[in-house]
Design a protein around this ligand. Structure first.
Ligand code: C2E
Ligand code: CA
Ligand code: CA
Ligand code: CA
Length: 279
């Protein structure tokens, strides 16, 4: 058993070593990509099940590296956090998407909100609220079109300060949504203190719904609980008709996932919004 333990340790160490090299390469790559404007923003529409329309779109960062091809966010977001670059990247994504949504509004397309992901480090800046207000002013986007997506682990870092900041953002007209809901350690206690208006049921609960009776029960319970707290519930990672049918029958407010739409670049959003404006 000891022998086995040591081997495991070596394998683990080796894997970390490889990761470190990869991280350094990615760090330089991220700096360069920021300088060369190589990041892009994709949008994944959320379908409101009550109105049958898109009312919000999640903003997802994309990186097309000239040699490596598409680098997944699961790689470059943690790397950007690790190297203190997430504040710059986060502001780039926010400015780019606010500008884009304002342009769509100017073109007369149906008005939708954007939901932008924030990392814990962004909330560690004392002036985050002012930075966001500055970007909204620069891009002339009204605050009610911006939704802030946070996770419980982000709030855990410095609960009092984060809650204070979120309350200020909400009082300024932005909405707050809790991402990956149900995966944290203290989801329920956070609901009491967070000024949120929406919970996003994590895709891991949706995946085996409705086949798994446990996952279906959890999904239904989250929706019911959200509603009793006057919050909207949205399901993430919806890929099948059966999932949609289940969610509808439990009065889930909205869905996001490949079944309705993959994340798409800005030009494809225009087509989706135009189609919606016609009916
Ligand atoms: P997330 O915030 O939970 O975003 C949802 C992820 O699920 C996205 O992965 C999306 O492409 C994927 N997804 C959507 N529908 C489906 C579906 O039906 N099936 C499956 N299997 N997946 C689906 P993506 O774009 O790879 O992003 C991964 C994570 O990277 C995000 O998870 C988020 O935590 C982070 N991220 C992406 N963009 C940003 C950003 O601008 N800032 C920050 N801080 N994090 C970001
Ligand atoms: Ca998210
Ligand atoms: Ca999520
Ligand atoms: Ca996530």
């Amino acid at each position: 058993a000891k022998e086995c333990g040591r081997n495991h340790y070596q394998i683990y160490n080796h894997a970390i070593g490889a990761k470190v090299k990869e991280y350094v390469a990615i760090e330089n790559g991220i700096r360069q990509a920021l300088d060369l404007n190589q990041f892009q923003v994709y949008y994944q529409p959320q379908l409101n099940l009550v109105t049958g329309k898109i009312d919000c779109m999640e903003v997802l960062a994309r990186w097309l590296h000239p040699e490596l091809g598409w680098v997944p966010p699961s790689q470059f977001i943690p790397a950007a956090e690790e190297h203190g670059l997430i504040v710059r990247l986060g502001e780039w994504v926010l400015r780019n998407s606010c500008q884009q949504v304002h342009d769509w509004q100017q073109q007369g397309l149906p008005k939708v909100r954007i939901a932008v992901n924030f990392s814990a480090q962004q909330f560690q800046q004392a002036n985050l609220c002012d930075r966001i207000l500055q970007i909204l002013a620069e891009t002339e986007l009204e605050p009610q079109y911006l939704e802030i997506e946070i996770t419980e682990s982000l709030v855990m870092q410095d609960k009092e300060t984060t809650v204070t900041m979120l309350k200020r953002l909400q009082s300024l007209g932005m909405t707050i949504s809790i991402d990956d809901f149900g995966t944290g350690y203290s989801s329920l206690s956070y609901l009491r203190i967070l000024p949120a208006s929406k919970v996003k049921i994590d895709a891991s609960f949706i995946r085996d719904t409705p086949q798994s009776s446990e996952d279906s029960a959890i999904t239904a319970a989250i929706i019911a609980m959200a509603h009793s707290l006057h919050l909207k519930a949205i399901a993430e990672g919806v890929e099948h008709q059966e999932q949609l049918d289940f969610l509808r029958s439990h009065h889930c407010d909205a869905i996001q996932g490949y079944f309705f739409s993959r994340p798409v670049p800005a030009d494809q959003v225009v087509l989706l919004l135009q189609a919606q404006g016609q009916d």
